[in-house]
Design a protein around this ligand. Structure first.
Ligand SMILES: *[C@@H]1O[C@H](CO)[C@@H](O)[C@H](O)[C@H]1NC(C)=O
Ligand SMILES: *[C@@H]1O[C@H](CO)[C@@H](O)[C@H](O)[C@H]1NC(C)=O
Ligand SMILES: *[C@@H]1O[C@H](CO)[C@@H](O)[C@H](O)[C@H]1NC(C)=O
Ligand SMILES: *[C@@H]1O[C@H](CO)[C@@H](O)[C@H](O)[C@H]1NC(C)=O
Ligand SMILES: *[C@@H]1O[C@H](CO)[C@@H](O)[C@H](O)[C@H]1NC(C)=O
Ligand SMILES: *[C@@H]1O[C@H](CO)[C@@H](O)[C@H](O)[C@H]1NC(C)=O
Ligand SMILES: *[C@@H]1O[C@H](CO)[C@@H](O)[C@H](O)[C@H]1NC(C)=O
Ligand SMILES: *[C@@H]1O[C@H](CO)[C@@H](O)[C@H](O)[C@H]1NC(C)=O
Ligand SMILES: *[C@@H]1O[C@H](CO)[C@@H](O)[C@H](O)[C@H]1NC(C)=O
Length: 553
């Protein structure tokens, strides 16, 4: 721990010196761990929304009224949409499917405007995406994953499927497999998809009105997490509630986050539900971590050319406590528009974003090129670790998701109303990068587990037990083996909806062959802990995760 702290100012200095060197896009350089690789210099669109599906393909899209993108629709198809505000006949794609195994993209056809929409993968692995702008604000779009190189699956659109127009809303999968869609601009209510007879309506949520700052909003894309008791934790602006959507009542009001600064769009911070553990205990704890954002008033000032510094604080709170209190921590780097990605070992990667200004067109300044790792189980003051830097600013409208192989995909960044590559501070980014946390370093190869069984795509039951067999080539430390399951989230605007990690209750590790071991793990016994759907299952040894396997609960 002490060496890490001592090393830190020195590494920052190295980082700054290296920034002065000529930049080679696909050469990553030293700073503090982890590695950057440029996967594709041009995926054709500027990814503003991202979701990993259970076929290891990542669906991405930007907005349909960005004008021509840089990838054509297949087979000479054109989008002919008289509602489009920029280009009524557009023969380019605004959505693509990235195939991890071939490192290539396939154009997809989306008709109505998906700009600043929201979504989530449902229990059968289908991506359901809701709302957007203009002709897209009430539309639901679904994409069923398909395999094969000649795959032709594409978006299907359901007009008028939302009762309320939703732009900048947040979705979450519920224990019964439906999803709830909360808020959005001028939408102080929630609704469900699909709807049942009793939920064929919208439901007011005055909390969203109360947290809406008149001139800045500061409460869009609220941070929503399913608590272990089945209620929803909803954070907007600078405070949070625990909400029982089944009875339409607030069951708990949390204290305001210390300092009172806003954390939601356009004062965009980010948040995660920390790993859920001890799932067999009578009382299961849940903690939320909110990081970054900016001061109230930054958005209006940025519009006048005054770019205030971002916040360098995180607030951590045990949301299941009878008397919950925020505990504040200081990040090594201030950040607005940062993304928080839960890694398979339970650590949190804070990545992308800027150190000044706000979200919104042209309003961010000074990119933060170095990600930071937060280790929630370390003692306070030794949790943050600055990582090696990228060379590509990832400002407003950038995206990131965790892949099954443990890498973190990074793309997008377009703070302009159209694609703009010249004469601007932060040109529209069409590139795709991967950040490989240091657990993927070749030095760890002997420690890294490889899952032998169950086979991929295995169905598991709530409360079910499964023997997991794995190989560890080098010496094993049996006390440092754990099994985690991670839900693939929907990422946009620095928040990943449905992002969730659970550490399974497991028995002792036993050896069953040369370098082969077995651990008996119990899946969570309730869909309140883990809503139904596909998860990536990882065996983690000494903080080094295996490649994940897909399971379906
Ligand atoms: C990243 O940082 C580590 C630790 O400082 C360094 O040893 C390594 O060479 C860097 N990796 C790359 C690819 O630059
Ligand atoms: C993509 O950009 C390149 C370079 O500017 C250009 O040559 C190419 O025609 C563009 N493709 C499409 C489909 O817009
Ligand atoms: C687009 O649709 C309009 C109205 O249906 C039609 O008049 C026009 O020919 C179409 N254009 C193209 C390029 O398909
Ligand atoms: C699938 O297509 C990609 C890109 O065109 C190609 O690189 C890859 O080899 C193909 N894979 C198979 C299995 O045909
Ligand atoms: C919900 O809010 C709207 C707008 O403020 C209001 O018109 C409506 O009466 C409210 N509905 C209920 C059931 O309270
Ligand atoms: C799940 O496990 C908890 C803790 O052991 C227990 O209290 C609860 O009754 C179990 N629920 C079900 C549905 O089995
Ligand atoms: C932000 O500032 C506005 C205008 O000064 C004020 O009305 C609002 O209450 C402030 N919001 C918070 C969360 O303090
Ligand atoms: C890009 O932005 C610059 C600076 O605002 C502007 O002069 C230029 O016209 C823009 N280009 C495009 C293609 O919109
Ligand atoms: C696991 O190992 C511990 C310590 O070696 C032992 O006390 C315990 O009984 C074992 N548990 C099971 C279920 O075998």
């Amino acid at each position: 721990m002490t060496t890490r702290i001592k090393k830190f100012p020195f590494l920052i200095l190295i980082g700054q010196l290296l920034l002065l060197l000529p930049r080679h896009r696909n050469s990553a350089y030293a700073a503090g761990g982890g590695r950057w690789d440029l996967l594709m210099s041009n995926i054709g669109i500027s990814s503003m929304h991202m979701q990993l599906l259970n076929n290891d393909r990542v669906v991405m899209y930007d907005r349909t009224d960005f004008g021509a993108s840089n990838i054509s629709l297949p087979n000479g198809k054109c989008r002919n949409n008289t509602n489009d505000l920029t280009l009524k006949v557009d023969c380019t794609a605004h959505s693509v499917e990235y195939d991890v195994s071939t490192n290539s993209v396939r154009p997809l056809m989306v008709q109505t405007d998906v700009w600043c929409s929201s979504g989530s993968a449902t229990s059968d692995g289908t991506l359901v995406q809701t709302g957007g702008f203009n002709d897209g604000e009430n539309v639901v779009r679904v994409l069923k994953p398909c395999n094969g190189n000649k795959s032709t699956c594409d978006w299907k659109e359901i007009e008028g499927a939302l009762i309320q127009s939703r732009w900048y809303a947040t979705n979450h999968v519920l224990p019964d497999g439906r999803q709830i869609i909360i808020g959005g601009r001028e939408a102080f209510n929630y609704e469900f998809y699909p709807k049942t007879l009793s939920t064929n309506n919208i439901f007011n949520l005055t909390f969203l009105q109360q947290t809406n700052d008149l001139r800045e909003e500061n409460n869009l894309y609220p941070f929503v997490f399913l608590n272990v008791d089945g209620n929803l934790f909803i954070f907007a602006n600078n405070r949070a509630i625990l909400f029982d959507y089944t009875r339409d009542i607030i069951v708990k009001t949390y204290p305001q986050i210390p300092g009172g600064d806003p954390r939601n769009y356009p004062s965009t911070g980010s948040a995660v539900l920390l790993p859920l553990k001890n799932l067999e205990a009578q009382i299961i704890q849940a903690e939320v971590l909110v990081c970054g954002g900016t001061k109230n008033g930054s958005f209006l000032r940025a519009q006048r050319g005054n770019f205030l510094g971002a916040l360098n604080t995180c607030g951590r709170i045990t949301i299941t406590d009878p008397n919950p209190q925020w505990i504040m921590e200081t990040m090594p780097l201030a950040r607005i528009m940062g993304d928080m990605v839960i890694l398979p070992n339970g650590n949190v990667l804070i990545i992308n974003g800027a150190t000044a200004g706000t979200a919104g067109w042209e309003l961010g300044r000074n990119p933060v090129l170095s990600p930071v790792i937060y280790r929630p189980d370390n003692p306070v003051n030794s949790r943050f670790d600055v990582q090696n830097s990228s060379t590509i600013p990832r400002m407003y409208h950038s995206t990131t998701v965790l892949l099954r192989d443990g890498r973190v995909l990074v793309s997008g960044s377009n703070p302009h109303g159209l694609y703009n590559f010249t004469g601007v501070l932060y040109p529209t980014e069409l590139s795709l990068e991967a950040f490989s946390p240091s657990y993927l370093d070749s030095e760890s190869v002997n420690l890294r587990p490889r899952v032998v069984s169950p086979s991929s795509r295995r169905k598991v039951k709530y409360g079910g037990q499964v023997n997991i067999r794995f190989i560890i080539p080098g010496p094993i430390n049996r006390n440092l083996v754990k099994v985690t399951m991670v839900a693939p989230g929907f990422n946009t605007h620095s928040f990943t909806m449905n992002q969730r990690i659970l550490e399974l209750s497991s028995g002792n590790v036993t050896q069953v062959g040369t370098s082969t071991f077995k651990i008996n793990s119990i899946f969570p016994n309730s869909s309140k802990l883990a809503p139904p759907g596909y998860y990536m299952l990882f065996v983690v040894h000494q903080d080094i995760p295996s490649e994940g396997i897909w399971i379906r609960i």
